[in-house]
Design a protein around this ligand. Structure first.
Ligand code: NAI
Length: 329
């Protein structure tokens, strides 16, 4: 990811961001961060419950972002109309003992309905999907938009930036580096072994023994579960997720505004790995969303083996999403 200090703010165009699931654990702090973002002009909050209070609360912060509230399906079109960016954290989070895939039955339908509404009301918008399981919800979104004839692969993005944020933090701590200088690309997907940090490509260069590499990789892969267990039934990562999603949203808006050299890791339609139609890797963000999916660079032997062994899981989770969307009425 591009270091914050290098982010210029040349242009501030009018930008409407719609946040779906804005009343939730991620939605509320993310709404606050977006209310503080100078690239946002209007922040439209949507949820099935409780969002009017969040909007009233936020509207008292003296930043220029206009906050509006929309509750329930009959108000969804108003939330989405004119949006440049739609961020979706709507849906249930994990409880201890659950995998992200265990959320599929509830969240698949939620994402599909929200994406259908976005395809109808703001087909030009970039969609950022936070709702888990991301490995399946992104294919659901893509297939849903394909069926509506409005799919643009540049505009459907699975948010995996929390994996990068975690990897950057853990590597900086382990090596005593300045947090803001560390960048670890994370590829693959967003569940268990499909989360693959490329420690060999860390900036600045760091070295790990084979044992350290394995331990660090597992720490990054299990970080979400550590939070779920620590919260003991009261949800999953919300504050760090809001931080990571706010960063992804800001990068996307910078790209839309024509700022050059904005890179993030994200789960998108991709051809970087044969037979895997969606994959997380570094992408260049531009005026229409994803401008370019970057290659993986050179992997070391550990990363090559980890990539090969996670592909069956990733493929199966992608296919589950594709099948759901294709079989939906
Ligand atoms: P939460 O339960 O606190 O909030 C979810 C919100 O979605 C609630 O306010 C709920 O009313 C709303 N909602 C439910 N159905 C809806 C619908 N049909 N339309 C609009 N809103 C609806 O959950 P939390 O903690 O905010 O997590 C949300 C999602 O984000 C979960 O699926 C979780 O697994 C995922 N997540 C993803 C991460 C990632 O790295 N991509 C990291 C952490 C969580």
């Amino acid at each position: 990811m591009v270091a914050r200090s290098s982010r210029r703010s040349l242009r501030c165009e009018a930008r409407k961001v719609a946040l779906l699931g804005a009343g939730g654990g991620i939605g509320q702090p993310l709404a606050l961060l977006l209310k503080m973002n100078k690239f946002v002009t209007e922040l439209a909050l949507y949820d099935i419950v409780g969002v009017a209070g969040v909007a009233a609360d936020l509207s008292h912060c003296n930043t220029p972002v206009k906050v509006t509230a929309f509750t329930g399906p009959e108000e969804l079109a108003g939330c989405l109309s004119g949006a440049d960016l739609v961020v979706i954290p709507a849906g249930v989070p994990r409880k201890p003992g659950m995998t992200r895939d265990d959320l599929f039955n509830t969240n698949a339908g939620i994402v599909q309905a929200l994406v259908q509404a976005a395809g109808k009301n703001c087909p030009q918008a970039v969609l950022e999907i936070i709702t888990n399981p991301v490995n399946s919800t992104v294919p659901i979104a893509a297939e849903t938009l394909k069926a509506m004839g409005v799919y643009d692969p540049k505009k459907v993005i699975g948010v995996t930036s929390l994996d990068v944020v975690r990897a950057n933090t853990f590597v900086a701590e382990a090596r005593g580096l300045d947090m803001k200088d560390v960048d670890v690309p994370v590829i693959g997907g967003h569940a268990g072994a499909t989360i693959l940090p490329l420690l060999s490509q860390t900036t600045p260069a760091v070295t790990f023994t084979e044992a350290e590499k394995k331990a660090m990789t597992e720490k990054i892969q299990n970080a979400g579960t550590v939070v779920v267990e620590a919260k003991a039934g009261k949800g999953s990562a919300t504050l760090s997720m809001a931080y990571a999603a706010a960063r992804m949203a800001e990068s996307t808006l910078l790209g839309l505004n024509g700022e050059p050299n904005i890179y993030e890791c994200a789960f998108v339609q991709s051809e970087v790995v044969a037979d895997v139609p969606y994959f997380a890797s570094k992408v260049l963000l531009g005026p229409h969303g994803v401008a370019k999916v970057m290659g993986l660079g050179e992997l070391d032997a550990f990363e090559t083996a980890a990539l090969q062994s996670m592909l069956p899981q990733l493929k199966a989770e992608i296919q589950k999403g594709v099948d759901f969307a294709k079989n939906a009425k």
